[in-house]
Write a protein that binds this ligand. Structure first.
Ligand SMILES: Nc1ncnc2c1ncn2[C@@H]1O[C@H](COP(=O)(O)OP(=O)(O)OP(=O)(O)O)[C@@H](O)[C@H]1O
Ligand SMILES: [Mg+2]
Length: 411
């Protein structure tokens, strides 16, 4: 059989732990898969930041990207690689750039998801060097009463940046005077005001990688290392299916192969409150117990994509979702129909068949790897990059034992 090599590029920022694990496991696996009459092998490389020669062919088939949402050279390089060379990139850089948090609320409202009441208010302050700003505001900015907006939403509510991440600028607000104070302090940031889903009896983060979804019980009040809890989420089989369907619908709608959706359960209803997270936390220092799952999910999906040359969806075709949204069907029926589109777009059947046929060895390799000194050293080096000297051993042990619990549960 002819041999072909597919190149997988890792386009990285501060990432340290998952790429090291991904590379080591790929080395150990040394896959040679019979696909479409070829023997397909894989070459994993880290992408360098180099001068970009427009038109020079990209050397990669698949890129796992972590920086294009903030690093413009990489973003332009990746867009070129997609346009000129049909490279497959997780995630689609256009879909990250244009789908702000605010946009995603609107889109999922249109599909009938129970999105909390949300408003966008004009900025408190502006960049006054913008040439047309003064005249634009003089002519078109209407006076508004922030108190009335607060009343329409009800308290408590959350103020958060329209394009935010990492909890920056997020404030819980309990009354009108707190709202006014937070608004006055918001400066040049464009802010959303959102009904609080409080109290809720469950907070989940649903991490999706291609068609794979992991539902994690999340505790936002815990210190950073304890937010992704190790508890099994207290959900019924139907709720699990609902969360899976919502996650795959969101991810396929926005063209994101890798995303994390936050949902809060109140009175039996799951409300999505933040699902524009197309570069989700992938660090062992936050994911610990769930980290091997993530490494395995990325590995499986990228190998599948590279081996089968799955074409990258370059545009977002929303028409089929909107047709369903515009019917009179109840939400449960609509969601099932959206999820059917998502499953097709995310190649669920082909992926499962591929995993069953070719990737049985991956489970075992991942399980074995996360018991080795090499893996422990990677965890340690990530901890050492974030924690003070005197806490390195303690936290390495904490995360390592959470990983060992995962191994025991998987065995
Ligand atoms: N509508 C809401 N109801 C209840 N809690 C909320 C709501 N919106 C935000 N929160 C709380 O505030 C936190 C941060 O808000 P949000 O997730 O929207 O911001 P973020 O900056 O995108 O955070 P991250 O980067 O961690 O995803 C949430 O994890 C949740 O605890
Ligand atoms: Mg969030």
């Amino acid at each position: 059989m002819p041999q072909v090599t597919r190149r997988i590029g890792l386009s990285l920022g501060a990432d340290l732990c998952w790429p090291a694990c991904y590379e080591r496991i790929m080395e150990r696996l040394d896959l040679a898969l019979p696909v479409g009459g070829d023997t397909v092998r894989f070459d994993v490389r880290r992408v360098h930041i180099d001068p970009l020669d427009f038109g020079r062919a990209s050397r990669y088939d698949v890129v796992l990207d972590r920086v294009t949402h903030w690093f413009p050279l990489s973003r332009e390089w990746i867009k070129q690689a997609i346009l000129l060379d049909d490279v497959y990139v997780l995630n689609n850089p256009w879909a990250i750039q244009s789908m702000e948090k605010a946009t995603t609320y609107a889109a999922m409202m249109r599909l009938g998801f129970p999105i909390p009441k949300t408003w966008l208010v004009p900025q408190k302050d502006y960049d006054w060097s913008l040439p047309d700003l003064r005249v634009t505001l003089q002519r078109h900015a209407a006076l508004f009463d922030l108190g009335e907006v607060g009343k329409a939403i009800g308290y408590p509510l959350f103020m958060k940046p329209y394009d935010g991440g990492a909890w920056v600028g997020v404030t819980r607000i309990d009354d009108e005077s707190a709202l006014r104070a937070a608004y006055d302090a918001s400066g040049r940031r464009l802010m959303l005001l959102q009904e609080a889903i409080l109290p809720h009896d469950l907070f989940v983060r649903c991490v999706g990688v291609g068609p794979q979804v992991r539902i994690v019980d999340y505790d936002p009040s815990a210190p950073l290392h304890g937010r992704y809890t190790t508890r099994t989420p207290d959900v019924t089989g139907d709720e699990r299916q609902l969360l899976r369907d919502m996650t795959l619908t969101i991810n396929s709608f926005f063209g994101w192969d890798f995303n994390s959706c936050e949902m809060l359960r109140r009175d039996g209803i799951f409300h999505p409150i933040d699902f524009a997270n197309a570069c989700p936390d992938s660090q062992v220092t936050s994911l610990h117990h769930h980290f091997p799952w993530l490494v395995r999910a990325k590995l499986r999906w990228s190998v599948f994509v590279a081996a089968t040359r799955r074409p990258m969806p370059k545009t977002l075709d929303w028409a089929p979702y909107l047709e369903i949204a515009d019917t009179e069907a109840p939400f449960a029926e609509k969601l099932a129909a959206y999820a059917a589109i998502a499953r097709e777009r995310l190649d669920v059947e082909r992926f499962e068949e591929f995993c069953a046929r070719h990737l049985g060895v991956v489970d075992e390799a991942v399980h074995e790897f996360f018991g080795t000194d090499e893996a422990r050293e990677i965890v340690r080096s990530k901890v050492a990059s974030l924690y003070p000297q005197h806490e390195i051993e303690e936290f390495t042990e904490l995360f390592w034992s959470a990983i060992q619990d995962w191994r025991a549960a998987e065995a």
